[in-house]
Design a protein. Structure first.
Length: 244
């Protein structure tokens, strides 16, 4: 009987020790995960603000744009028909720039996600590529770390150049295309023009409101598809098959 009791006692003791170590281990893993998750979130937040600073090209602001997102009405001719969320950079309480991310459709290997800043006067402050799947050595030159191609859009607006000059040079437009990546270049140029056109129509609401509402869902005629989109999109569809 005594031997059986000792055997039972050892089993219980071993189980308790194992349970204690399991609880401690789970607690440590949970603690590390929480700290790591928070660190990852903080790093992403800091990287987002660094990206904002890059596209604003030094334009000063003193608020936290991510704290005040505004959702814009979706239109089928921009961002793949998906709603667009914008962030307003302010200085002394007044809007100085709008920051937004859009997907440029019809890249060579799919959509190209762009981050752009648009100043209160309707000009592009800067553009950065967030993600893409374009061809290494060709289309990937849209990245700022690989070339300064995107810099040609700094300070541009719908009037500079004129709307009919918003295209790559191969199509008779103003802007250089990347050699060997005309499809990629065309996709970016046309998406920037579309974004400028869309935001131009909403400038009174965006830049005259000190605190924009969380959802700006306007259906006024100004948001109708610009006439130039049909022509340029048709040309892009035809030329896409050339893969130049």
């Amino acid at each position: 009987m005594k031997l059986e009791y000792q055997h039972w006692y050892k089993l219980v003791a071993a189980g308790l020790v194992l349970g204690i170590f399991t609880v401690i281990g789970v607690a440590m893993v949970t603690l590390v995960h929480e700290k790591t998750a928070q660190q990852i979130a903080d790093n992403r937040l800091q990287e987002t603000y660094r990206a904002f600073d890059r596209v604003l090209r030094g334009e000063p602001y003193d608020n936290r744009p991510l704290d005040h997102p505004t959702q814009l009405a979706a239109v089928e001719w921009l961002n793949g028909g998906e709603p667009i969320t914008i962030y307003t950079a302010k200085r002394a309480g007044q809007p100085v720039a709008t920051l937004l991310s859009i997907d440029a459709q019809k890249g060579y290997n799919g959509s190209i996600t762009l981050l752009l800043g648009i100043l209160a006067n309707g000009t592009l402050s800067g553009v950065e590529v967030v993600s893409h799947r374009e061809t290494p050595g060709l289309g990937d030159k849209i990245e700022s770390r690989r070339s300064d191609w995107l810099r040609q859009f700094d300070g541009r607006s719908l009037s500079s150049p004129a709307e009919d000059r918003w295209g790559v040079k191969r199509d008779g437009g103003q802007f250089d295309q990347i050699t060997g990546a005309t499809v990629t270049s065309r996709s970016v140029v046309m998406s920037l023009k579309q974004a400028l056109s869309y935001l131009q129509q909403l400038r009174p609401e965006l830049f005259e409101r000190v605190e924009p509402s969380p959802i700006l869902n306007s259906a006024k005629p100004a948001l109708m598809r610009p006439g130039w989109i049909g022509l340029n999109q048709g040309l892009a569809n035809i030329r896409e098959d050339l893969l130049i």
